[in-house]
Design a protein around this ligand. Structure first.
Ligand code: HEM
Length: 478
């Protein structure tokens, strides 16, 4: 009897396994045939393996070399196949199409499942639905307007002044190597500049915003505590701490109550803080590197700075700095060669199919482009690897006759473009002007490898083992 039961159990497991195996084979074969021949994107040229499975991306991002290599793989595929790839996504390399795909008039959305990428699914950044995103974005936009940033720019300058003071006292003439990535990283992650800038975050919160000191996990939890306190204090006293913080405005806004939950506000806060750290620091150190390795460019910049600020201790306002043509051109060129965010930015085509050359891009599927492709396009920026601020001077036009600024896509374009753009311009302009008006610096043991794009970690990273931009602070400038 026992034997019989055992036998029948074995038979069941055997049959179930066989059935599961056969079903899996049939399913995968069917899926492969569908993806290769019947999928709405199957007609587009692609490497067959990439059309078959998204695991190709996983392989390049995690296991090929040091990881972060998928961009380079599909850049090679483009040379062979044109515009192509992935079972469920089209990728296009064509700068002239960028402003069409990321047009402000289009209601294309981000891919819903990517909302979990940074663990902040309730932030504006992660929101996929067009109207929902519009609602959330509308509540934070006023804090980052040009007018608002101008109003509070003195706070950024104060922060930069303090940093310059420290440099003068600690690093000048003592043969001490100064790591610019770390220096600018401290400035952007210190966050009192950001916080005081538009009184965006309450002071108590700012203390917790240094990623060097706290893990992301702890940071997120602390943020929850802080937001909870603000909500409690409002419930108790009918108001928060009276400061013009982004929380106060969010809580006072017309947003419906479900938009004002603890986790929603925490997600928004963390994304606003996180989005501006590495990106801004990388732009500043890249700009410094290219200035220091192009003496004639640096000389022109310093002549302009000296002329507008005869006394290095007396910096002119951001409003004035932003009007200096050569400085502005240097900032644009620095932003361009820092490459912004190096990841595909997929948008799902909706409404009606989108014509593109001889193709028609079907609705319901993501189409993506890379900012890096545009920023380094030889047809738009001749000799794209050269740091040449002159290309931005005057009413600069691209070789195709369009305004060159059309192709300044470091912050992307359209409804999902960077909300912090004006803040970045303020920080980078004041940071660059202050350092180069006040100090003579020389590069130390640093070449282009330190700022090159070797791997994609959302922000471009150099090859592991290559250190960041390092300098000596030689002397104070008169
Ligand atoms: C040089 C510095 C920066 C660069 C190059 C940059 C670049 C970008 C890019 C390319 C996007 C579009 C991403 C996408 O479509 O998925 C973006 C979005 C965003 N950025 Fe920035 N960013 C910078 C600094 C900042 C700062 C300082 C803040 C904080 C105030 C910020 C906040 C955001 C937010 C909230 C979004 C999402 C916008 C939305 O989906 O509505 N960024 N940024």
């Amino acid at each position: 009897m026992n034997n019989l039961i055992l036998h029948s159990k074995d038979l069941n497991i055997y049959h179930i396994s066989l059935f599961a195996f056969a079903s899996t084979v049939v399913y995968l074969t069917g899926l492969a045939i569908y993806r290769l021949y019947f999928h709405p994107l199957a007609k587009f040229p692609d490497p067959r393996l990439a059309a078959l499975t998204q695991w190709v991306e996983t392989y390049y991002e995690l296991f090929n070399k040091e990881g972060g290599q998928f961009y380079f793989a599909y850049t090679d595929w483009h040379k062979k196949y044109g515009n192509e790839f992935l079972p469920n996504e089209l990728h296009i390399q064509d700068s002239t199409f960028y402003n069409t795909l990321y047009s402000i008039t289009k209601h294309y959305v981000k891919v819903a499942h990517t909302q979990y990428r940074f663990g902040l699914p309730l932030s504006s950044f992660a929101t996929s639905n067009y109207n929902h995103h519009r609602l959330r974005r509308g509540a934070i936009n006023p804090f980052f307007s040009r007018r608002k940033i101008m109003e509070h720019s003195h706070a950024v300058q104060k922060k930069v002044d303090r940093m310059c003071e420290r440099l003068q006292n600690d690093s000048m003439g003592v043969s001490r190597v100064l790591g610019l990535n770390e220096m600018w990283g401290c400035l952007t992650s210190d966050f009192s500049s950001l916080a005081t800038l538009a009184q965006i975050l309450p002071d108590s919160l700012v203390r917790w915003l240094s990623p060097q000191m706290f893990s992301v996990h702890k940071f997120n939890n602390d943020m929850i505590d802080q937001v909870q306190q603000i909500i409690d204090s409002r419930a108790r006293d009918g108001k928060s701490d009276g400061k013009n913080t982004v929380f106060k405005a969010l809580l006072d806004s017309d947003l419906p109550p479900e938009e004002l939950s603890l986790h929603r506000i925490q997600n928004e806060a963390v994304s606003l803080v996180g989005a501006g750290l590495d990106t801004t620091a990388k732009t500043l150190s890249t700009t410094c590197f290219y200035l220091l390795s192009n003496p004639s460019v640096l000389q022109k910049l310093q002549e302009e700075l000296d002329h507008s600020m005869p006394d290095p201790a007396d910096m002119v306002s951001y409003d004035e700095l932003a009007k200096l043509p050569y400085l502005s051109a240097v900032i644009e060129e620095g932003l361009r060669l820092a490459y912004g965010v190096v990841e595909r930015l997929p948008r799902i085509i909706s409404g009606s199919p989108l014509p593109y050359g001889d193709w028609v891009l079907p609705t319901g599927f993501p189409v993506s482009m890379d900012d890096h492709d545009v920023l380094t396009d030889n047809a738009i920026f001749p000799d794209p690897g050269e740091f040449r601020p002159e290309r931005w001077l005057g009413d600069a036009v691209a070789p195709d006759g369009k305004k060159l600024s059309t192709y300044q896509v470091s912050f992307s374009k359209g409804p999902r473009a960077c909300v912090g753009l004006q803040l970045v311009y303020a920080e980078v302009t004041m940071g660059t002007a202050s350092i180069f008006r006040r100090f003579d610096l020389t590069l130390h043991d640093t070449d282009r490898a330190s700022v090159e794009y070797y791997m994609n970690l959302v922000v471009p990273r150099p090859k592991p083992g290559v250190h960041g931009v390092e300098v000596f602070l030689q002397s104070l400038r008169a």
